[in-house]
Design a protein around this ligand. Sequence first.
Ligand code: NAD
Length: 259
Amino acid sequence: MDLGINGKKAIICAASKGLGKGCAESLVREGVDVTICARTPETLEATAEEIRAFGGGAVTTVACDITTPEGRAAVLEACPEPDILVNNAGGPPPGDFRDWDRDIWIAAVDANMLTPIFLIKDVVDGMMDRKFGRIVNITSSAVKAPIEILGLSNGARAGLTGFIAGLSRKTVAANVTINNLLPGPFDTERMHANIKVAADKAGADLEEMTKKKAASNPAGRFGTPHEFGEYCAFLCSEQAGYVTGQNLLMDGGNYPGTF
Ligand code: NAD
């Protein structure tokens, strides 16, 4: 299927690794010119080289912390009129809510709620004027079914989800859609770091726990960043203009509910 986005411009946040990188790869293959960011220049450049090898769209890099106003300004300077915005940032640390003070909560809300909201604020009116926009927020399956050790994520992302539910109905008539993609367990550094925390807490063997977690998923495995990127690319397609305000779970069937 031709997704109809060849030549479009995209910002993909936090994309040197994992799910953001998967999204960048899929969009570049579709001929989208992408601006990707991450904090460490060397890692980011190495990723850009890898993605360029696929051919397709151009890859621009901006080494920055996307959770800061300066970082967001630098990304927008590199790509002032994006057609596509993929919001992403590192997830907050796992732990026990009794250990989290106000500063820790504010950092989580900043990264996983306010950063995407401010980026949307900066680009959405231009998208509506140009009559094309696709915004995808990478959130988490924790929005639908909270994960015990990820209270910061459960809380901050719920705030973003509520905001998007309102805004996404105001932009779709101008062909600007806003959706949330909710990853379940995907094979990335972040997921393995979370399993390690759980294994340490339980005094369990890391390898055993990783195998058990993969086997306990109905798919019998973790998802891949490539699968995630392809779903994201479809949501960014010309064809997906009638999908907005949705929380799209991608978890191998892990969530047990009927709906
Ligand atoms: P990852 O650790 O593999 O990759 C994160 C990427 O974000 C890296 O490129 C890193 O450099 C970049 N990054 C982190 N903080 C940044 C910042 N402040 N500014 C710029 N770049 C930054 O993580 P992932 O597994 O790809 O996760 C992506 C998001 O999805 C996270 O918010 C995570 O919590 C969420 N998530 C992941 C899973 C999973 O199973 N992998 C499940 C649910 C939710």
